[in-house]
Design a protein around this ligand. Structure first.
Ligand code: NAG
Length: 170
């Protein structure tokens, strides 16, 4: 679900787009919201803190909105990963994962019917400078891959039917 995209290239496609500067070294992540035919792209701006969300549709749509969904601090050059799924309501559930300034796994959540939750620290230690980060929902599990403090690939997981984060090493 994670990819690295030089967002400024989007601005080169047409003069109708305003430039979206992103710090060199940070990641970006994308989800789609089928009910609204929208794409949401998570990125950082030049301040390297917080997480912004671009709302767009097709490449011809342009940027409909680009605002903060998380205003707390992140690790410099954090990777980003995002997932969304149907909530049964009109709006989706969304989770965006990042690395905190204290090198732990962080999450900001969009709760259907409620909105963005302000963000939180999942707490599992991440190796300083590590760039691996992925997220995927499988059945009732949220899965978040990262590099643990020992430098090994690890996966945090959250059972939506039995809430609480756990982690294991591959
Ligand atoms: C679309 O909205 C309906 C209710 O308006 C909801 O039941 C459904 O789960 C939504 N689909 C997705 C993919 O979020």
């Amino acid at each position: 679900m994670k990819f690295t995209l030089p967002l400024v290239l989007l601005s080169a496609l047409s003069s109708v787009y305003a430039a979206v500067p992103v710090p060199k070294g940070t990641g970006a992540a994308i989800i789609d919201i089928p009910n609204w035919s929208e794409l949401r792209i998570y990125h950082q701006d030049g301040s390297s803190t917080g997480i912004k969300e671009i709302t767009t549709k097709l490449p011809t749509t342009g940027v409909l909105n680009d605002g903060f969904v998380f205003t707390g601090a992140t690790r410099a050059n954090t990777p980003l990963a995002a997932i969304s799924w149907s909530s049964g309501k009109d709006d989706p559930e969304i989770r965006v994962y990042f690395i905190t300034p204290s090198n732990t796994l962080g999450e900001v959540a969009y709760i259907a019917g409620t909105g963005w939750n302000g963000g939180g620290n999942i707490g599992f230690p991440v190796q300083a400078g590590a760039e691996a980060l992925y997220a995927k929902k499988v059945d009732n599990y949220l899965l978040v891959g990262y590099t643990n403090a020992a430098g090994n690939l690890a996966e945090a997981y959250y059972d939506l039917n039995n809430p609480g984060w756990k982690t294991y090493n591959f």
